[in-house]
Ligand binder design. Structure first.
Ligand code: NAD
Length: 261
């Protein structure tokens, strides 16, 4: 099978985006790779150096300190220089497309909070985020802001609830936990209504999240995928596959979509 060139796929995708009235995007770990946050799968992925079991809720409950040590290293100090990760061009373009009315809704599987940091607001964080820590005993919440982290929030692990002393859990979905209801409903609604769905940087093996682009396609959306590699979507669901990194693909698309000033 001959692969379509990036020039051709970008130009076909730009034509669809220009005509779209209800564009949604669905992002995975790949969009944050250029911010220095490692993906789970593939070369250099987290699973090469981390035991996935540390993100199971049963393991966390049995030994929160061990899970937290890995989580702190991977998600709270994820930039290559050891500092905290920040949004890249791909996150920023999606946020601007929302502000310009081109992007109706964004569903992310990522927990890194980078879409929100870039300014996206019509956003469902399907797997929660690292921004808040939750006490499952008293319901207390602690914001994991840069200031709180700099002040030593995660110096001693596990961090403890200031009200009751229970180990705090990052408010993202562990293996064995359910999807937050509000994010689930918002994502399903967006998929039902979309006329085009941009899928960026996801292998499509984590369920139920991976259903979202499939539902959008069944409801009539054109699926445009951006991923340098093959994925579960590229073998069936994707109508167009742009085989580039997220920043380069979105920068090229952005340049081709003329919008009224
Ligand atoms: N940044 C994060 O918050 C983060 C990081 C790792 C895992 N996770 C979680 O783990 C699950 C992993 O599944 P997934 O499908 O999101 O990711 P994944 O790790 O399974 O797959 C990542 C995909 O990104 C692609 N990719 C790599 N570099 C890219 C780039 N520069 N531009 C575009 N694509 C690129 C890879 O080819 C791959 O297909 C998610 O559900 C998510 O919750 C989140």
């Amino acid at each position: 099978m001959r692969l379509e060139s990036p020039e051709s796929s970008v130009s076909r995708a730009a034509a669809i985006l220009r005509d779209s009235r209800r564009l949604m995007a669905f992002t995975g770990a790949g969009i944050s790779a250029e911010s220095g946050v490692p993906t789970f799968r593939g070369a250099g992925g987290l699973w090469e150096r981390m035991d996935p079991g540390l993100l199971e809720i049963g393991r966390f409950d049995a030994d929160p300190g061990a899970s937290w040590a890995a989580i702190r290293e991977l998600f709270y100090a994820a930039a290559p220089d050891g500092g905290r990760a920040s949004p890249n061009a791909a996150h920023r373009i999606l946020a601007r497309w929302e502000a310009e009315g081109l992007l109706s809704f964004l569903v992310t599987q990522n927990i890194d909070g980078l879409h929100s940091a870039a300014g996206s607001r019509r956003l469902a964080e399907f797997h929660g985020s690292i921004r808040e820590l939750l006490c499952r005993r008293c319901g207390g919440r602690v914001q994991a802001t840069s200031e709180a982290l700099d002040a030593g929030l995660l110096d001693s692990l596990p961090p403890r609830c200031p009200s009751c002393g229970e180990a705090l859990k990052p408010d993202f979905v562990f293996f064995g936990e359910g999807i937050p209801q509000a994010a689930y409903s918002a994502a399903m609604d967006a998929a039902e209504m979309a006329d085009a769905c941009l899928v960026i940087g996801s292998t499509g093996v984590v369920y139920p999240a991976a259903q979202i682009p499939i539902l959008a396609k069944r409801a009539g959306a054109v699926v445009i995928e951006i991923d340098p590699g093959d994925t579960e979507f590229s073998v069936g669901a994707s109508d167009i596959h742009i085989r580039l990194g997220a920043s380069e693909a979105l920068t090229r698309l952005d340049a081709l979509i003329a919008r009224p000033k």
